[in-house]
Design a protein around this ligand. Structure first.
Ligand SMILES: Nc1ncnc2c1ncn2[C@@H]1O[C@H](COP(=O)(O)OP(=O)(O)OP(=O)(O)O)[C@@H](O)[C@H]1O
Ligand SMILES: [Mg+2]
Length: 358
């Protein structure tokens, strides 16, 4: 038997008969740090049962920054709370570093950390450094090592010269930096971040994103990042799952998702500002996958982004807008963003989804 035949023959054997292949497979399996299968979570509310997660499947690999992108109420926080063992699933399975959230929560807690942009919690009358030291002690980190980590992480975030200020005296952006140092203080393998830059100015958001990138690239940590910020996903996520109403609609790299749209989208500025709901006919036109609109009060016009199948649909959109009694002030084609990916999947944008839910 020549070498090629031998290899072909080997490849047909079960992995247990091939020590080499088994090692490779173990390594491939070890690369999966977060595994979610058929995850479901229901809540009882006054209006009845709410299904926050409705059969979610996903796999996150070691060292990946994995985005979970969706509008308000999509189920992002619920997923993070389950994965960080703060909430139990109603059905389905979720595991982190090979441990099951229901059966081995304490093993998961030892290797993860989490932070939420909505919290920014700390003890007001203790310094930032004191707060971080306190959290380090919850993990039993020796004092010297704790201070070394606090300094190194704070350096990365430009927090160093604020460490001795009382927590209450820090601005929102610096409070959030403290939260983000805390999220990495225990040298975690997997970190869950829920809207880490929400409500922050552009520069602060940028430095936080750079820090998250470094944590993944230089330390091989896995980051699962829930956000409704498409630019954030574009900037730092290797892959993204788009979630809406508890279901994952698509999962891929941001670039592949955008490529999948094919044609660039159509942007039209129209006046006068259309009455709520009056644009609905656009969504029903042939060749239109969906649209989203926003109002520019200052300029007295509305901007409509339409995701179309091909070039042919543009004219029918323009005609339809004229028929609705509006004037097209300007229009152009725009390379697809993740916003348009969502519009193509759902028919409407984040804004409309969030209004529906409110
Ligand atoms: N404790 C709870 N009791 C009742 N309903 C809940 C509870 N927690 C979440 N929900 C509901 O579950 C759904 C998903 O909520 P979740 O907070 O996970 O969404 P989200 O994607 O994080 O939204 P946001 O972008 O607003 O943070 C929503 O309909 C929400 O109202
Ligand atoms: Mg949330």
């Amino acid at each position: 038997m020549n070498m090629l035949d031998q290899r072909l023959n080997d490849s047909r054997k079960a992995p247990q008969d091939q020590p080499g292949l088994r090692n490779v497979m173990n390594r491939v399996e070890a690369e999966i740090t977060v595994q979610v299968d058929g995850l479901r979570r229901e809540f009882d509310s006054k209006e009845g049962k709410v299904v926050a997660l409705d059969g979610v499947n996903l796999q996150v690999r070691k060292g990946e920054i994995f985005g979970v992108l969706g509008p308000n109420g999509a189920g992002k926080t619920t997923m993070i709370r389950i994965l960080s063992t703060l909430l139990l699933p109603t059905a389905g399975k979720a595991g982190v570093m090979g441990f099951d959230v229901e059966k081995e929560p304490e093993k998961i807690r030892a290797v993860i950390n989490m932070a939420s942009g909505a919290e920014r919690a700390g003890y007001d009358f203790i310094s930032a450094r004191g707060n971080l030291w306190f959290f380090s002690q919850l993990y039993g980190i020796p004092t010297e090592e704790a201070h070394r980590r606090i300094n190194a992480l704070s350096d990365m975030l430009g927090l160093q010269s604020y460490l001795d200020r009382k927590f209450y005296a820090l601005s929102t952006g610096y409070k959030q930096r403290v939260t983000l140092v805390r999220a990495f203080i225990n040298d975690p393998k997997v970190v869950f971040l829920d809207e880490p830059t929400i409500g922050l100015d552009v520069m602060t958001a940028l430095s936080i994103r750079e820090y998250i990138l470094k944590q993944a690239r230089e330390h091989g940590r896995t980051i699962l990042l829930a956000t409704h910020n498409m630019a954030e996903v574009d900037a730092i996520c290797n892959r993204v799952a788009i979630i809406d109403k508890g279901k994952i609609l698509a999962c891929d790299t941001p670039a592949a998702l955008k490529r999948s749209l094919g044609a660039p989208s159509l942007v039209l500025e129209v006046s006068p500002i259309p009455a709520p709901g009056s644009l609905e006919p656009i969504g029903k036109l042939e060749g239109v996958k969906g649209f989203t609109s926003s109002v520019d009060e200052e300029r007295g016009l509305s901007r409509i982004q339409v995701v179309v199948d091909g070039d042919g649909s543009a004219q029918s959109v323009v005609d339809s807008i004229r028929k609705l009694g509006m004037t097209v002030v300007s229009n152009w084609r725009q390379q697809a963003t993740l916003e348009e990916v969502f519009v193509a999947l759902v028919g409407r944008g984040f804004r409309e989804r969030e209004h529906e839910a409110a």
